[in-house]
Every structure is written in structure tokens, then in C-alpha cells.
Ligand binder design. Structure first.
Ligand code: AMP
Ligand code: FES
Ligand code: ZN
Ligand code: ZN
Length: 311
């Protein structure tokens, strides 16, 4: 297969990728160009952030977030990487992830903030979940990651936090919330969440790209990334929704993109209206971060596990 753009210029360059849902096959140079142009277009269209001020890029060590940090820096944004080291020892997961983030920081010559859970909360994430009596580690992990990211962004006065969420993640969340008619979550799902008192702005510039498109961008740019996911994620439900959507995508290319884009146009405004009565927030009595209860979830967990140890 030949690159469609090269063809229009009378060149015969072999394509490295075939984007079925866009009916487009491209060579390395034109794929990178296409991918970067679309990311910048998404940032502009949803007014995610501007060139002024610093953008914190939440880096897990995976393909999505490392590619995002690379692309935003290449495009001229002032970036700082933020990595939360969770202390997961299985397959040396946290150790390897941290190394990959440090490698990218060196390559880009940009600072990396590392927040170590063990140093700050005395335990790795699995122990925090166990001591707090919650069996879904990834869900506790998500709560801590969101809290820490937000706190760093507020403390460091960052303009926004950018995460590597992709179309597979976003369409799976959308399907899961729709199947349970979670109207509150449906009203809030969007590529950008504006800042509010105590909450930093959050943006997902890769939300219209599939995993395959991002892996291709990472490989073509020699980005080394963690190839395995979190070892605790076996109990998570999101892979089930992703599999269901992968089946539909295979049979009907473009399904995921259509589902996600049409949701913004046709359904989300209805749910946003339903949620007009905002949840009242106040500063947490312990840490002063916004919460709808007296003490936020993270502080409640930290309080509960204080002094507890596992024999
Ligand atoms: P996940 O929920 O693991 O699919 O990750 C979604 C996004 O959250 C990633 O693309 C990153 O931007 C961010 N993220 C996940 N894990 C971490 C971490 N340990 N440190 C910093 N950011 C993270
Ligand atoms: Fe953090 Fe699974 S324990 S994502
Ligand atoms: Zn080409
Ligand atoms: Zn708190």
C-alpha cells in the first residue's frame, strides 16, 4: 500500500500505517505530521490550554502519556512531567515505569516531578488499599492519583494537567456509564474539564486517537514505553468494555470514534442540564482540598490506616 499524501505529490512512498476508520494510509513522515496536526487541532478546538504558562503532563511510563509529553514539548509547550511512583513490585512495575519516565525527561531536557507514595504515605498502593479494607486496588489507586495530580497542579500553579487518555479508554468509560445510566458521570465526560476553585484544569489531547494510532506514533519516534499494564488491573472491568468495542470496531470501523463524537453532539448536553444543580464543595478539614464531605476520601483513608501494619 502506498502513502496517500505522497501519491498526490507524484511520489511512490510505502505506507507504514493504514487508518481504516479514516480511509487513509500514510508513510512515516506523513503519519507523524497527521498525528501531531490532529493533536494540536483537538487542543485548540476544545480550548484545552495555550502556549502561556506551564502544562503538567501526567506520565505513567506507558505509550500514551510518554508520547503526549514528547509531542507537547516538540510543539513548543512549556511542560513538566509528573510521575506518581506507586511502589508496585510485581514484574518490577514501578521501578521500570519510573526509569522510562526519567529517560524521557533526559531526552526532552524537561523537569520530572516524582511523587513517591511510600515516602509520602508510608505505604505502597497495594498496602494502602489492603489496610483501608478496599479490595479494588486500581480504584483506590485512581482516587490517590487524581488527588495527588490535582494537589501538585494547584501547589505549583500549573495551567493544566494533560493526561494520555485515548479513544479506547474514553469510549469504554462512555459505554460503561451508559449501560448503567450514570447520568452524573455522563454529564461530566468531556475532553477538557475547566478549573474550579481548588481543582486544576484537566485535558485529554489524545482522546480521539485509538491505542493502535498512539503505539504507532511512539514506535516511529523511538519512544521506549512500558508494554505491560498495571499487574493489579485483572479485576478491573474496563478491559471487558474495551473488548466489546474492539469487536464492534472490527466489524464496523469507526464505531468508537462515532460513539464518542456523537455523544458530545447529541446526548451530553441533556445530561449536563440534568446536573445543573452543582454538588456543594468545601475545603477538607485536614488538607484543604475540595470535597463534598467534611474530610476528603484520601484523608479518610490515610486516617484509617495510620499506625496499622500488616503482619
Ligand atoms: P490509566 O488510568 O492507567 O489508563 O492512565 C490514564 C492516564 O493517567 C495516563 O495516560 C497518564 O496520563 C495518567 N497516569 C496513569 N498512571 C500514572 C502515574 N502513575 N503517574 C502519573 N500519571 C499517571
Ligand atoms: Fe494503579 Fe492498578 S494499582 S492502576
Ligand atoms: Zn507520505
Ligand atoms: Zn483531605
Amino acid at each position: 500500500m502506498l502513502c496517500k499524501i505522497c501519491k498526490t505529490k507524484g511520489k511512490r512512498e510505502k505506507a507504514v500505517i493504514n487508518l481504516r476508520q479514516h480511509k487513509l494510509s500514510l508513510c512515516k513522515e506523513h503519519y507523524i505530521e497527521w498525528f501531531e496536526k490532529h493533536t494540536l487541532k483537538t487542543i485548540k478546538k476544545f480550548r484545552m490550554f495555550s502556549m502561556d504558562g506551564k502544562i503538567g503532563v501526567a506520565i505513567s511510563g506507558g505509550k500514551d502519556s510518554l508520547s503526549l509529553w514528547y509531542l507537547l514539548t516538540k510543539a513548543g509547550y512549556e511542560t513538566v512531567g509528573i510521575h506518581i511512583s506507586l511502589g508496585i513490585t510485581a514484574n518490577k512495575y514501578s521501578e521500570k515505569s519510573l526509569k522510562l519516565c526519567q529517560n524521557m525527561s533526559e531526552r526532552l531536557q524537561k523537569p520530572l516531578i516524582v511523587f513517591n507514595l511510600q515516602d509520602n504515605f508510608n505505604h505502597p498502593i497495594e498496602k494502602i488499599a489492603e489496610l483501608s479494607g478496599r479490595d479494588n486496588v486500581c480504584s483506590v489507586c485512581g482516587t490517590f492519583k487524581r488527588y495527588i495530580m490535582n494537589k501538585i497542579a494547584i501547589d505549583k500553579n500549573l495551567n493544566a494537567i494533560a493526561t494520555g487518555h485515548n479513544l479506547d479508554d474514553e469510549s469504554a468509560v462512555l459505554l460503561s456509564n451508559t449501560l448503567r445510566w450514570e447520568t452524573g458521570y455522563l454529564g461530566r465526560q468531556y475532553p477538557v474539564l475547566l478549573e474550579r476553585k481548588g481543582f486544576a484544569r484537566k485535558a485529554k489531547p489524545f482522546c480521539f486517537f485509538t491505542e493502535k494510532e498512539i503505539v504507532s506514533y511512539a514506535i516511529l519516534n523511538n519512544i521506549q514505553f512500558m508494554e505491560t499494564g498495571c499487574p493489579n488491573s485483572e479485576s478491573a472491568t474496563s478491559p471487558i468494555y474495551k473488548q466489546a468495542l474492539a469487536f464492534l470496531e472490527h466489524k464496523m470501523p469507526g464505531t468508537k470514534l462515532r460513539l464518542y463524537k456523537e455523544f458530545f453532539k447529541k446526548a451530553r448536553p441533556i445530561f449536563t442540564k440534568l446536573n445543573e444543580e452543582e454538588v456543594k464543595l468545601n475545603p477538607c478539614e485536614k488538607c484543604e482540598m475540595p470535597t463534598s464531605t467534611k474530610i476528603c476520601t484520601v484523608c479518610r483513608i490515610v486516617e484509617k490506616i495510620k499506625g496499622k501494619t500488616i503482619c
